[in-house]
Design a protein around this ligand. Structure first.
Ligand code: CAO
Length: 473
């Protein structure tokens, strides 16, 4: 027949009137040996009174706010059938059979794990084990977070008796919370070092942890949080520009706000490198002019040649026609060739997509380019017109410049920047020749593309543009 036994406050030193701040079990609960029954709080430390044996709590003798001292009755526990034998075994220092080692039972012994906060977790000095206070009270008090492994020593075979000494706690900097609250915080991934305690002596309560989580969820998302770690940046400088001269304020356009947010994310999250090269487009330009004479109804610019050359390069280098999945662990190869074209509009940058470029010729591409850039400038693009791109081209050739560093349009992995072609003297091995050279700037996501591949890709592009017959290969 199961025996009902007492669980009393063990030796906690010369402390009297120590308040019970948490009751961790209810009547009828089944408890394991060493499971916390109540949490006591001295001026400087919290400590759990553990169950001296496994069993069922039949009667709780204290409530929150009661004050106790060594020997005070905490609960009556109906001992489990095997509890006596187990207790007898552990009393002489041997491991209980079939039971987890105290220090490896993560659920029942949270104070022995490394804390979610990395500051260590000491609030109380070692506890005393020994026979004082009767058989049941011989169990150690678990003053949480001992910094010197004293709990471990106390539980081990032949552990030397050590005395609980609240004066030896670590400084106030260490988060002050009961083991149950520590476990709760750890389950939620909360760093207790960041939580303000509202309890006595700034003790952190369960409600403080809940409040902290609520506040964190309600607050603005940290930039880059989705990437698995926010950027710790200085706040944006707040300057009263009018102190220095006349100013006028104008809100950003909707397009600029949206594209700005995308550009900022892509710039911050993608490790960019830009590969610069030049293509000799002397022959291409002659062909383009000829086509222009033949097709007066459509404007044929170098850009459509670049689209065709880009498709050919993407076919030869499939990982440029791919995207990383959201977890950044899988590369998704696309079997289609939809090219995004950066279009400058009065309201900001948009990137409509020309689909199936591999199936379209220069004239068809020219018509489509005129159509989408017209729609973009007239604000007539539908959201679907800007989706599904595999690779983007940003051409500033109509304006000028010798090179720039475009920002990859995520989740694409590369973007081609095109600057203005210029006639240059090029050494042909015997003499300088005037050649029309087109600057190419390929920015790429270095997580997916290596520098050598980027150089090959850009060279490949330049060779296609230098000799359009290669596009047929
Ligand atoms: N070198 C020399 N001349 C070039 C050239 C180049 N690389 N690219 C275009 N040109 C010429 C064209 O042939 C055209 O000349 P003609 O009128 O004599 O035929 C003139 O420059 C103007 O071209 P365009 O800009 O109207 O046409 P496009 O096809 O080259 O470009 C579009 C179309 C929509 C891409 C372009 O108008 C545009 O908006 N570009 C800006 C893109 C942008 O803002 N990028 C930056 C984004 S941030 O990364």
């Amino acid at each position: 027949m199961a025996e009902t036994r007492e669980a009393r406050v063990p030796d906690i030193g010369d402390f009297e009137g120590v308040p019970v701040i948490e009751v961790l079990v209810a009547e009828g609960d089944r408890v394991e040996k060493d499971q916390g029954l109540v949490t006591l709080e001295s001026d400087k430390a919290t400590m759990e009174v553990p169950a001296p044996f496994a069993g069922t709590v039949t009667s709780l003798k204290v409530k929150v706010g009661d004050e106790v001292a060594e020997g005070a009755l905490i609960a009556l526990i109906e001992a489990a059938q095997d509890a006596d034998a187990a207790a007898a075994q552990t009393d002489d220092g041997r491991q209980e059979p079939g039971r987890k080692d105290k220090d490896t039972d993560a659920t029942a012994k949270p104070e022995h794990e490394p804390e979610a906060d990395t500051r260590g977790s000491a609030h109380a000095a070692p506890t005393r084990t020994g026979a004082q206070g009767g058989k049941d009270a011989a169990e150690p008090v678990r003053a949480h977070g001992s910094d010197n492994g004293a709990d471990d020593q106390a539980s081990g075979p032949g552990a030397a008796p050590v005395t609980f000494d609240a004066d030896r706690v670590l400084p106030d900097k260490v988060p002050y919370a009961s083991p149950a609250v520590r476990l709760f915080a750890r389950e939620l991934g909360v760093d207790l070092g960041k939580v303000q305690g509202s309890g006595r002596n700034r003790r952190i309560t369960r409600e403080d942890v809940q409040g902290y989580v609520k506040q964190a969820l309600a607050g603005p998302a940290a930039p880059g949080a989705a990437a698995g770690g926010g950027l710790s940046l200085l706040p944006w400088p707040k300057v009263d520009f009018s102190k220095f001269g006349a100013v006028e304020e104008k809100p950003l356009s909707r397009i600029r706000k949206i594209s700005g947010a995308n550009l900022a994310r892509n710039w911050a999250m993608i490790p960019h490198v830009t590969q610069q090269d030049e293509a000799d487009i002397t022959q291409m330009e002659a062909f383009r002019r000829q086509l222009g004479e033949e097709h007066k109804d459509v404007k044929i610019t170098p850009l459509v040649f670049l689209i065709k050359a880009a498709v050919a390069a993407l076919q030869s280098f499939p990982h440029f026609n791919a995207s990383l999945d959201a977890a950044g662990e899988t590369l998704v190869y696309k079997k289609y060739f939809h090219i995004g074209i950066a279009v400058d509009t009065p309201d900001g940058l948009v990137v409509p997509v020309i689909r199936e470029c591999e199936r379209k010729g220069l004239i068809e591409l020219s018509r489509e380019l005129a159509e989408i850039s017209g729609k973009a400038r007239d604000k007539k693009l539908a959201p679907g017109d800007m989706q599904g791109g595999c690779f983007s081209i940003s051409s500033l050739g109509g304006i000028g410049g010798t090179g720039f560093t475009p920002i990859v349009n995520a989740p694409e992995v590369a973007i081609l920047g095109v600057s203005r072609s210029a006639m240059k003297p090029v050494w042909n091995g015997k003499k300088f020749e005037p050649r029309l050279m087109l600057p190419l700037s390929l920015s790429y996501d270095h997580r997916v593309v290596d520098g050598a591949d980027a150089a090959r890709f850009t060279r490949h592009l330049a060779q296609m543009l230098g000799d359009l017959r290669r596009l047929l290969l």
